[in-house]
Design a protein around this ligand. Sequence first.
Ligand code: HEM
Ligand SMILES: [Cu+2]
Length: 648
Amino acid sequence: MASTATVAAPHAPAVHHKEPTGLWSWITTVDHKRIGIMYGVTAFLWFLIAGVEALMIRVQLFVPNNHFVSAETYNSLFTMHALTMIFGALMPLTAAFFNFIVPLQIGARDVAFPRLNALSYWLFLFGSLFLNFGWLLKAAPDSGWFAYAPITTMAYSPGMHMDFYVLGLQVLGLSSIIASLNFIITIINLRAPGMRLMRMPIFTWMTLITSVLIVTAMAVFTIAVTELMFDRLFGTNFFNTVSEGADPLLWQHLFWMFGHPEVYILIIPIMGMISEVLPTFSRKPLFGYNVMVFSGVLIGWLGWGVWSHHMFATGMGPIADSFFSLSTMLIAIPTGIKIFNWLGTLYGGSIRFTTALLFSVAFIAMFTIGGISGVMHSSAPSDLQQSDTYFIVAHIHYVFFGGTVLGLWSALYYWYPKVFGRLLDERLGQFHFWGTLIGMNLTFFPMHFVGMFGMPRRTWTYGPEQGFTAYNQLETIGAFIIALATLAFAVNLFTAWKRGRIAGPNPWGAATLEWSIPSPPPAYNFREIPVVHSRMPLWEDDPTKQGGIPHGRVEEETDEVTIAGRQVAAVRDVRDENKMSAHDLGIHLPPPSFWPIVLAAGISAIFIGLIFRQVPDTSPWHNAWYLMFAGVATTMLSIYAWAFEPGH
Ligand code: HEM
Ligand SMILES: [Cu+2]
C-alpha cells in the first residue's frame, strides 16, 4: 500500500527514560490504561470461573434425578454464577474498555481523577474476592441474584450466605459508583478542543449514558442492601415481619428499580462498541449517528419506567400491569431503531469479514432474538406462563450472552491491537467465533421450548417422565462447545500478547482518535493534544485522508493481513515509537500512589469484619470481627494521607 505520509515523527533524543514496569509499578499505578488492563484481566478470570459454575449446573441437569451436586450446592452455583458473571465479569469488562479506550477517544491524557480510578479497581478486586469467599466457608450466597426478601432475611436464610451478598455487593457498588462519577466528569470536562458533544465517538456517548445509569441505579440498590443488612445484622424490620409493618413487595420494587436499569448498564456500552466496529469494517460512517445517540439516551431513560415487568406474577393489579406492559413495549422502539441503523451501516459497505466484524454481526442477530422474547413477556398474561420458567433463562441468555458477551468479544478483537500492540490470531478467532455461535444456540435455544413445557427455573433436578431430558442434553453439549471455543480464545489472548503480529497505530484503518497514536500508547497518550474538526477525525469524509491530527498519518510501509485472499488489515512494525517517555517530552503525569490500594483494603476490611460478627464462639474466626475496627482506622488514615499527597 503506497501513500504519502502527512506528519513526520519528531527527532527522538538519544537518552530515554523508561517507564517503570515491575509489580510495584502496577500496584501503585494511576494510569488509566494499566487500570483498564487490570480490570480486563481480573474480569476475564472471573468470567472463566463463572463459566465453570455454569458447566457444573449443566452437568447436574444432563440426566434426570442426577446427584452430581447437592441441592444446596446447586442453589449456590446458580446464584454465584449470576453474581460473578454480572458483577465480576461483564460490568468490569465494560469498565476495562471505559478505562482504556474512552480517554484515548476523547484525546485526553488520563481520566479526571486518576487515583480515584485506581481506588475503583482495588475495591472491585477486593469486593469480588470477598463475595466469593463464602465458598471457602461453605456459605456462598444461595438465594438467586435478586435475593428476594423476606426469603433472604435471617428467619429464612440463617448463616452467613446472604451476608456475603449484602456486604460484598456494597463494596462492589461503591466501586462502580466511584468509577462512573469519574467517567462522567472525564467525558464532560476532558474532551479535546473542538470535540463537541455531537462529535463524540459513539462508544464514548454510550459510556456516558451507562455511567449516569450506574450512579443512579446503584444508589437505589445500595439503599436496598443496606436495609437488608440492617434487618439481618441489627434486627430492624424493613422486610421481616409483615404483621409489624414490613412490606413483602418492598424489596422486589427496590431490587428491580435497580435490576432493570442494570440490564441496560450491561447492554448500552456494547451498543457503543459495535457501533465502532461496524463502520470501521464497512468503511462507512455510522448510519444515523444522531438517532443512535438519542435512541441510546431514550433507552436509558425509559429503562427507569419498566421495572415492575419483573413482578407481573405478584398480583399488582390491572392498572400497574397495563402501565408496565406498555412502557416495556415502548423500549422495543429505540432498540429496534438501533438495529435498523446497524443494518444501514453495513448496507452497501465495503465489508471486511474480520473476527471482530463477525462477532458484531452475530450480536445484531442474537440480541434481536433476545429482544423478541422480551417483548413476548412484556405482555402480562403471557408472562404469567413464562415467568420463573426456562423461557426466562433463554431470554436473559440471548441478551446477556448473545448481546453483551458477543459484543465484548467483538470489542476485544477490535481493540486488542491498540492495548497490546499486537493482533489476535484470526484463524483461532474464526474457530472461537463459530464455536461460540453454534454452542450458544445449542445451549440456549432449546430453553425456550423446555420453558414453555413447564420446566421451572432454578430447579435442582427433574424426573425422567417430564419430557425435559433431550432438551437438557442438547443444552449441556452446547455449553461444552462454548467452553471449548472459550479455551481457544484464552489461548489466543495469551499467545498473541507475546507472539501476535505487530499492529502499528491503525491496523484497521479506523476513524477515531485512539488510532492516531502508537499501539500500545505511551504513558502520556498524546504528545500534543489534538484539535478535532469532525466526528471521524482520521477519515474526514475520506477514509484515506487524515484531518489536522498531529499524530495521524497514512501508513507509508505496511504489510497486508489477509483472510481468504482479501486484505483485512494493514500492519506496520513500529516497536520503537514508544520510546520517548513523558519525562523526555516534559509532559506532567500524575505520580503513582499506593493510597488507593490501602484505602480500598481499609474499606473492604470494614465490610469483611462485619460479617464475622455473628460467627459462634467456637469458630476459629470468632475474633475476626475486630478487623472492622482496623478497617475504620485504615480508611481514615489513608483518606488523610491521600488528601495531602503531593501531586508532583
Ligand atoms: C426489547 C427489549 C426487552 C424487553 C421487552 C424485555 C422484557 C423482559 C421482561 C418482561 C422480563 C421479566 C420476565 C419474567 O421474569 O417473568 C425480562 C427479564 C429479564 N431480562 Fe429482559 N427485556 C428486554 C431486553 C433485555 C436486555 C437488553 C437485557 C440485558 C442485557 C435483559 C435482561 C433480562 C434479565 C436478566 C431478565 C431476568 C431477570 C431475572 O429474573 O433474574 N432484557 N425481560
Ligand atoms: Cu427488566
